[in-house]
Write a new protein. Structure first.
Lengths: 468, 468
């Protein structure tokens, strides 16, 4: 916030007109330079202000990405890989201007290997597009950040979502990538075998590197058979504690739950406003169970017992697909719904994640802290992973509110780090959490910088991110 | 083989006496230089000849590792981290001599977080020691290479074993590490949160780096609740095809099988000789199911149906712990058992892994290829992952047998790569598979080398491995 407002808009500071000339020779009117387009490409879904690139170009294939990167490398012009623009820490902001490479037309599903449970996609394919494509195969891709993010962006951010407690994050679900590096070479980081001990794990190095080490041109992903049975449940609690304790006990009991989401009273209120639903406006869990008919029944019954022991009630479950979809759509829309609670507020989504044994402490202390500030901050989270978000509602024209929010956020991250947790479970560092990365990783950040320096010595890719 | 025999023994070529003098000043008679000790530390469990270090020193804690690394860095003396010495590609051989740091006395379990399902261990803790330690907690650590390897060695090699099909490999089960780097600094790669999007994934970079980037001083691992019910099964087949097809169908059906191991007729014969068992000496599957009572029953019944459809018979299952342990001990001992088939033979364990859809082709073609060579080569494997081994039995004093084995191995790896597989599912590159790494990863190996150069510019750690 304060960081962002101090940053100059790079377009005014750097001159990349010769780069743009060369790109235009090669790509004609596919090189877009209008301020409307550039401004849009410099802005993600967070409160961070737009930091527009000097130009945007839609790449169609790996060869074009390679050409664009080569031209930018020759002219020392920053390259910012751009997916669906749904990041939350300014990850796609062009802090030093340059060229945003738009992957929205690199959106083909290249192969579906149904027998191996994997797919090969271009980076611009979105998660919903992929699942629509897979519809008739009996397979699905589980990673689901709230927004309809691109697979490239999700891999770059090491994203997760509601299914991570069962299926893992992008870290576990990217099998390999093809990427263009700063020296213009294209590498493929692995074959399709499910495991390999062959050399350094470049796949995992690139996943989560936020476009600072290279640009994805193909991604091979794990997919899963749609379970024989799926059942979703909703239950409500008088107090937050009961909901959190239920989740901890479900995890510790070893129930292979597929989804378990916490939504506090404020979140439920906003959902009812946005989605025209009539949920009880008290702390709530959304749960989902995957497996065989008998396994799902067993999981749901055990979970219901645990919920009841923690004073939960109104445990309703459904296997009806339409009802389930409505439930999860409401969950995914909470970031949009939250805005209705504060007409002038923008959402600032925090993202700590702690070991499950510390989750109740972390949420309770944070809840008390929010109450003391008087800020509006619905709590929602993938609590089975120990990950939760405040949807801090802040009027950015009110310096007092901004200062309170910054201080609250700082205390919250420090609390999570003290509990052996992380400053970001799934949103990444972008340029919003650079200081927290140092707090969390100490001198390991130096090792990260050495790797960046080795693979991208001229700081071509997404400069200013992760390290500042 | 030919590679190894051409290598000079480094101790004769380099003089590190001044390094050893300084180490002796600091550590006294804990610095061992006898040829018997050094020779033992230069040899793993493979056919690769001993490449002894100049000295061996048992480190007791992170501070001592840091001191030893600092002394070696100052004197440009290679450092070879050493676990239990059970590697299979010469991974711990001191190709350029130097100092082997023995972790066998860094063998403390430092913390067990039962509520978070994680443990913190020193690198010298072995997998059996860890499971003995966990015995009364209701938790277990699933990764089980055949040998009683150290956790440090397993992390360095990105090891797996029979449980990987359900629980993943070291890649998925190391939460974070603490490591001493070449510049003498100590880094910790992460907190205990189950997921994080904070910066580059240094954990996964160090896991599988085979001691070439640093030396582990602490490792945080996932552990799992011992399932409510466990059931193991054995079934036999007239032909290999039926066994392989059963596995493929069990995986593709989505049965969450915990272990599924293929053992061919020769392997079964050797097991009977070694373990004094009376298994049928035909292609056999060992299976294991984990879950609730009802889930295990359901999984076993479905698997039995699949096995029968593929002409499998004698499907026997047991929940008796003693019988189960006997079964899996026999499985883990196959590398030792195989030696009985060929009195002069040494075991050369191959390690390809392919997508499951190609597994039947890969095994069938390999079986036909073995038959043409006349070599003895039992087949055994973690087939649920697409990973299998030949236990090639080779008399290393017979150049003709060696040449045939090398050619067979080469064809086998090329076949796996053509099928989008890997040259090593779990043994690593060491110095035995350097050429295959290049075949598999192409110019991505250059990126690996750049990272090595950035983090270890003087090639201090385990020189000659992975890249040569």
């Amino acid at each position: 916030m304060s960081l962002a407002s101090e940053l100059p808009v790079a377009a005014e500071k750097f001159d990349y007109s010769s780069t743009i000339d060369v790109l235009q020779e090669q790509f004609g009117d596919r090189v877009l330079t209008s301020s409307a387009v550039c401004s849009q490409f410099g802005k993600d879904e967070s409160f961070h202000p737009s930091m527009p690139p000097h130009a945007v170009i839609k790449a169609h294939n790996r060869e074009e990405v390679q050409q664009i990167v080569a031209i930018c490398a020759e002219h020392k012009t920053p390259v910012v890989p751009h997916g669906a623009g749904t990041s939350l820490e300014g990850n796609i902001a062009a802090l030093k201007g340059g060229i945003s490479i738009d992957t929205s037309e690199m959106n083909k599903v290249l192969a579906v290997h149904t027998e191996d449970f994997d797919v090969v996609v271009q980076p611009g394919v979105t998660r919903r597009q992929l699942n629509d494509y897979l519809h008739d195969t009996g397979l699905f891709f589980p990673i689901d950040p709230g927004a309809d993010a691109s697979i490239g962006g999700m891999a770059a951010t090491r994203a997760s979502g509601t299914n991570a407690v069962r299926y893992g994050t992008m870290r576990e679900n990217v099998i390999s990538v093809e990427a263009v590096l700063a020296d213009g070479s294209i590498i493929r980081t692995g074959k399709r075998a499910r495991k390999s001990a062959a050399g350094y794990d470049l796949t995992r190095l690139l996943v989560g590197s936020e476009g600072t080490l290279g640009m994805f041109t193909e991604i091979t992903l794990k997919v899963y058979p749609i379970p024989e049975a799926i059942s979703s449940a909703v239950c409500t609690f008088e107090e937050l504690e009961g909901a959190v304790d239920s989740v901890i006990q479900i995890i510790q009991y070893g129930i292979p739950i597929a989804r378990v989401e916490l939504l506090d009273d404020l979140t439920m209120k906003s959902i009812n406003m946005y989605s025209h639903t009539d949920f009880s406006e008290t702390p709530t869990l959304f749960l989902e169970f995957h497996g065989s008919e008998s396994s799902v029944k067993e999981q749901a019954e055990l979970s219901q017992e645990i919920v009841q022991e923690n004073s939960g009630s109104n445990f309703k479950w459904t296997s009806n697909t339409e009802e389930r979809n409505k439930l999860w759509r409401a969950r995914h829309d909470v970031a949009y719904a939250g805005k209705l609670l504060h007409p002038k507020g923008q959402i600032w989504s925090t993202d700590v994640c702690v070991p499950i044994s510390r989750l109740a402490d972390c949420i309770n202390q944070t809840r008390a802290d929010i109450d003391q500030t008087g800020l509006l901050a619905p709590i929602v989270g993938h609590v089975g992973d120990g990950n939760f978000h405040l949807l801090l509602l802040v009027d950015h024209d009110d310096p007092d509110e901004v200062a309170k929010a910054e201080a609250l956020h700082h205390r919250m991250v420090m609390r999570a780090l003290e509990m052996d947790g992380t400053c970001t479970g799934e949103h990444g560092i972008g340029y919003g959490k650079i200081e927290f990365l140092k707090q969390e990783h100490g001198n390991a950040v130096d090792s990260m910088k050495m790797i960046k320096q080795a693979l991208d010595p001229h700081n071509l890719f997404n400069p200013g991110k992760i390290f500042g």
